[in-house]
Design a protein. Structure first.
Length: 242
């Protein structure tokens, strides 16, 4: 700040928000880049809500102020085969038993829009002016329509963050249909691949909770059912984003 001539305009206060005391009773604006992978990873939003409740004046601004989380189905044969078939022969050893643990870890990577084979579903929307920390543990039903006949290897999630109160509102998106960001997307590989046909439905539910063992991590449970009469089983998988 000093090197750029802002020393008399900007004051830096170092410390955890929960521990420091600001030299003012209320603030006009809270700006924070708290978003993690899958939006909620690292649990930094709790601190922003603490700051909001303690310091934001009535009518003050939150930037961003609205976030949404989306889910869709993807085809990902090549990567899934390379990642999980690896364990069949590790320098001559069969380590197939590792696959179950490996598939429970969501992958953070870039997904091409060409891989998406379904409609998208919004599974979470948060208004930062009104939400509470309890709202960050959530469950939501989802339903997507298969848009081309292909194999479903995984579900993919991404988020949008909106600045709706600006004179010219803007939106930060981490969608596979937009320019790549460092957040990329989060991929949940399925134990049971589905040979899907255009027009059919994939539906289920997703439940997200902060890990009790590690505050930054997320425990995620996803159920899925394919509407084709040939598929009669409901599947449930547990994942840990860490």
């Amino acid at each position: 700040m000093k090197a750029n001539g802002f020393e008399d305009k900007i004051t830096i206060i170092k410390g955890k928000m929960e521990d420091i005391t600001l030299p003012v009773d209320k603030v006009d604006i809270i700006i924070s880049e708290w978003m993690g992978y899958f939006l909620l990873y690292e649990s930094m939003l709790d601190t922003v809500l603490f700051a909001r409740d303690k310091y934001l004046k009535v009518g003050g601004l939150m930037l961003p102020d609205k976030v949404s989380l989306y889910l869709a189905a993807i085809e990902d044969y090549q990567y899934k085969t390379n990642k999980f078939s690896f364990w069949d022969n590790v320098y001559g050893l069969n380590m197939d038993c590792i696959k179950k643990a490996a598939i429970s870890e969501p992958l953070v990577d870039v997904v091409s829009s060409q891989q998406i084979i379904s409609s998208e579903k919004k599974i979470l929307e948060l208004d930062l002016y009104t939400i509470t920390p309890a709202d960050l543990n959530f469950s939501h039903k989802y339903s997507v329509i298969i848009e081309r006949t292909d194999t479903i290897h995984a579900l993919v999630a991404w988020f949008d963050a909106e600045f709706t109160k600006l004179k010219e509102p803007i939106k930060l998106t981490t969608s596979p249909y937009s320019k790549e960001t460092h957040w990329r997307q989060v991929i949940f590989y399925l134990n049971e691949e589905i040979n899907a046909k255009a027009g059919y439905e994939l539906h289920g539910s997703i439940a997200v909770r902060k890990s009790k063992k590690e505050h930054r991590s997320l425990d995620i449970k996803i159920s899925y059912h394919y509407s084709d009469p040939e598929y009669t089983t409901d599947f449930i998988q547990l994942y840990k984003l860490q």
